[in-house]
Design a protein around this ligand. Structure first.
Ligand code: HEC
Ligand code: HEC
Length: 829
């Protein structure tokens, strides 16, 4: 009861806590941030001309490219806030440094962190006097390395706030290049005379306590490119630590990004927080990690391919309806002439033809809404965003961030909305396929597999194209309804579609399409339709992500159609200790689906499945899930990518080749619901620093104290020891908040959570000093049923499902020869 009152109080407080952003506060309007091509004279427009195979861009597309690569929308304020909250566990200033006291350095950014070094820089070998003693990358001047035009402060005047213009310069609104693509440095407005006097860079690097309290001279901002740039698969760098711009692709995705090392630079394994990050495989991260929905669901940063064809497909089968706050999304019509086909993607008042953006298809309000939302999710207008949830730990009910209100309170927000139409134009141009045939090794492999490829086409037409092609035979009238029935009727429409794809008529016509020489041209190689996870049998945690459901933080960025999707049915998951099969009913209201990924360029994107759990990014690594995570990032050569592809593809089609957690050993390779499990790699503790609560004034702190009164001491919360080998999601997915809208259920749920925390604390406190893992495990074991009952996603098997061609839905099992042929053909995508 007490908890309930506090939760309500919190939402009342939250509503009154919203603020204007720094830009508005200092008198800037949106227009003043538009990187007009006046910056042509500074060389900005074609600074990146070698990227993406040197494609020719229109001025609007060039502008979009600049936005994608260097615009951070003022989020440096947010990341600095989060860095402080975390006691500098998260510290991007470290990530861009090469101080000798740490293992982080420019020379190993690719191999250790999977990050892309910015061309034209060298590793720092001494503290930089012009950077307040920080060991930041040093720019190499030369004819091939012109000045960074985005640092030009008169062309791109920064926001003059706080100490800027006194102890630190105002700087540019694009910040300074950091040496890592996607991270930009901004003079810290809090670095006033007093902070400057207290500043000691050497101590910052060496003394964690000092660093936690220090006010550094820079804040670090993040652009979209941070997680979306990568080595160009068809023109890879000779040395991955030293790429040139021509070796990079803006859209391939940061496929090897190590979120555990990047978001926690010290990677202290005894921290459960680090263990949680560690459950993200290379190249994947949980986009609901900050605005947590208590569903740990890391997702691969997929390549963006064929966006033009994806939008044309949306015009055919992507109709959805908007309502309430989602009506406030920007639509392309506002920015482009009426005759342009893209202008047909929205019709007033509420009909949109949209790609199903994100793995779960939650972003379904049109392309611009999808782009704009991500700016918020990486910290734009973060002061407002943070009012709608309790970052990282959850435990308070989320409220929707309102597009209309935020636009009015943030000049960065509005400036972003004005620029994303050009980002869309750029992405449409830059998302052309990277074909294996464009590389010498690739061309040779394809030539020697010509016959197999020919045969593989028929298999693909029979088994795969119905989900992995945007070119389909004309649909019979009753099937064609699928294009417009997202909403309560969706499953019925899906069933008719799925039934049709099993008919001989479909297969014959599909075969003719696949056999045609132009099958791959302009083909997204996805239908972009939501597939019920009950059919996929894949891990249910991504489909269960809830941040875009009605009333949650992204409410304004999902359609009414999404919010009214029916339950996709019941999935069967396995108890992580007894392996007993348990039925889990999927909720209605948007969740329970995954849209097929594009298979364009899939030869270069292993491991597979949305959590990157099928296959390994480094096939040279020692066996096993854990070892795979720890392996260094491989050099992104064509040969390495093909080896990873072969391994992942074989695991995809031959289910008996997939590794499983030892707990499932007795069940046999065909058992339902088995797979690898993310387990903690060391004994760990759930620690929440006191500063973390302190920074949440008012209600959030009171709620925390109400929930964990005996835990919140002066130094914060410490819960543990959590034994080594504990399934990470057993703890990570405990739903602190009930899904139910009924108050009585919520109260009961709250009581149960409290009881669990109490019992957990008691069991662990009773352990002797220096208890063994076995003793800790025993203390833990009794509480597992309670934890599973409160779980938002009790599905632990990561690399399961997608058994198409291998017995899914009672269909035929392909022969080994069919599978080999399919592999040969799919490599040519
Ligand atoms: C911290 C990492 C990170 C940053 C920064 C980032 N993204 Fe992403 N992006 C991801 C991940 C992870 C996914 C896959 C998520 C999913 O599909 O559910 C993704 C996917 C996407 C997709 C593709 C979804 C699809 O359906 O194919 C788009 C479009 C996108 N991001 C846009 C942006 C924009 C715009 C920005 C800059 C505002 C941005 N991203 C910045 C991590 C990031
Ligand atoms: C019912 C629709 C459906 C069918 C049929 C289907 N797929 Fe998929 N495919 C998906 C979905 C959805 C995913 C993403 C699943 C996930 O990651 O959880 C996927 C993922 C994949 C991936 C991994 C891509 C990546 O980047 O992670 C590959 C490769 C793939 N499918 C190939 C095939 C092949 C080959 C066939 C035919 C044997 C096939 N698919 C049949 C829907 C389908």
């Amino acid at each position: 009861m007490r908890m309930l009152t506090l939760v309500m109080l919190c939402s009342v407080v939250a509503a009154s806590c919203t603020a204007r952003d720094e830009a508005l506060e200092s008198g800037r309007d949106a227009q003043s941030f538009i990187a007009s091509l006046a910056s042509q004279s500074t060389g900005a427009a074609d600074y990146f001309r070698d990227l993406d195979g040197g494609i020719a861009l229109s001025p609007a597309e060039q502008q979009g490219r600049v936005t994608w690569l260097v615009w951070t929308a003022g989020n440096d304020r947010f990341w600095e806030r989060l860095s402080r909250l975390s006691g500098r566990t998260l510290d991007f200033l470290r990530i861009v440094s090469s101080h000798p006291s740490s293992s982080i350095a420019r020379g190993t950014r690719w191999s250790r962190l999977g990050l892309v070094n910015e061309p034209c820089f060298e590793q720092a070998t001494v503290p930089r006097a012009d950077r307040f003693g920080l060991w930041l990358d040093v720019r190499r001047d030369g004819p091939d390395c012109p000045r960074d035009p985005f640092e030009n402060e008169s062309a791109h005047p920064g926001v003059k706030v706080g100490a800027r213009g006194t102890t630190v310069p105002v700087g540019s609104f694009y910040g300074y290049a950091s040496g890592v693509v996607g991270l930009r440095l901004f003079p810290n407005p809090d670095f006033d005379a007093e902070a400057a006097k207290a500043w000691d860079a050497e101590r910052y690097y060496r003394d964690g306590r000092y660093a936690a309290e220090a006010i550094p001279p820079y804040r670090v901002g993040m652009s979209c490119a941070f997680c979306h740039i990568g080595p160009n698969p068809v023109d890879p760098p000779a040395d991955p630590e030293r790429p040139a711009w021509r070796n990079l692709s803006s859209t391939i995705g940061a496929q090897f990004f190590r979120v555990d090392r990047i978001f926690a630079w010290k990677a202290d394994e005894s921290s459960f927080f680090v263990q949680l990050l560690h459950s993200s495989l290379p190249g994947a991260l949980d986009t609901s990690f900050i605005a947590t929905d208590s569903v740990n669901n890391p997702r691969a940063m997929n390549a963006l391919y064929q966006l033009g064809p994806r939008l044309s497909l949306a015009a055919r089968t992507g109709r959805e309806t908007l309502s309430d706050g989602s009506l406030d999304n920007r639509q392309l019509n506002e920015f482009i002439p009426a005759g342009d086909p893209l202008a047909a993607l929205f019709v007033r008042p509420a009909t949109v033809w949209t790609p199903r953006v994100l793995k779960d298809g939650a972003d379904s309000v049109g392309p611009l809404g999808a782009l704009n939302r991500v700016y918020v999710s990486i910290g734009m207008h973060g002061d407002e965003w943070l009012e709608h949830f309790n970052p990282l730990v959850g435990g308070t009910r989320q409220t929707p961030i309102s597009i209309r209100e935020s636009r009015a309170r943030s000049a960065y927000w509005e400036a972003t909305e004005l620029q994303t139409p050009n980002v869309a134009r750029f992405l449409i141009r830059a998302s052309a396929p990277h074909r294996l045939s464009a590389t010498p090794e690739g061309a040779a492999r394809l030539a020697s597999a010509r016959d197999a490829i020919g045969r593989g086409k028929a298999v693909f037409a029979e088994m795969c194209a119905r989900c992995h092609s945007s070119k389909l035979p004309p649909m019979p009238a009753d099937v064609a309804t699928i294009g417009a029935c997202a909403g309560p009727d969706y499953l019925r429409c899906w069933a008719r579609y799925w039934g049709w794809t099993k008919t001989d008529d479909f297969k014959q016509r599909m075969s003719a399409l696949v056999l045609a020489d132009d099958f791959l041209d302009g083909n997204l190689l996805s239908t972009d339709l939501r597939v019920p996870v009950t059919l996929l049998e894949t891990n249910a945690c991504s489909p269960l992500a809830s941040n875009a459901t009605r009333g949650a933080v992204w409410d304004n960025f999902s359609s009414e159609s999404y919010k009214t999707l029916p339950s996709a049915g019941t999935v069967f998951v396995r108890h992580p200790y007894t392996t007993e099969e348990v039925a889990f009913r999927l909720p209605a209201g948007g969740r329970g689906y995954t849209r097929p990924p594009s298979l364009v360029g899939v030869w270069a994107s292993a491991p597979f499945l949305l959590n990157n759990s099928l296959g390994r990014s480094n096939p040279d690594a020692a066996e096993g899930w854990e070892a795979g995570v720890r392996a260094e990032t491989p050099s992104p050569t064509v040969a390495n990518r093909l080896r990873a592809f072969d391994e992942a593809f074989e695991q995809l089609l031959w289910r008996e080749r997939r590794p499983h957690d030892p707990v499932f050993a007795a069940l046999g390779p065909d058992a339902r619901g088995i797979g690898t499990i993310a387990r903690t790699t060391a004994r760990s503790y759930l620690r929440v620093p006191a500063g973390y609560w302190g920074a949440f004034e008012g209600a959030a702190t009171s709620v925390a104290r109400a929930w964990f009164p005996w835990l919140v001491g002066e130094s914060g919360i410490e819960l543990g020891p959590i034994p080594k080998g504990t399934p990470v999601n057993l703890l990570a997915n405990i739903g602190l908040i009930s899904d139910s809208s009924a108050l009585r259920n919520r109260a009961a749920h709250g009581k149960e959570v409290l009881q669990l925390v109490k019992d957990l604390q008691a069991a662990l406190a009773a352990l002797p000093r220096g208890a063994t893992d076995e003793q800790a495990s025993r203390a833990f074991a009794g509480l597992i049923p309670q934890m599973l009952r409160l779980s938002t996603c009790p599905d632990f098997a990561l690399n399961r499902g997608h058994y198409f061609g291998d017995g899914a839905d009672g269909e035929r099992r392909l022969s080994d020869r069919d599978k080999e042929d399919l592999k040969a053909f799919v490599a040519s995508f």
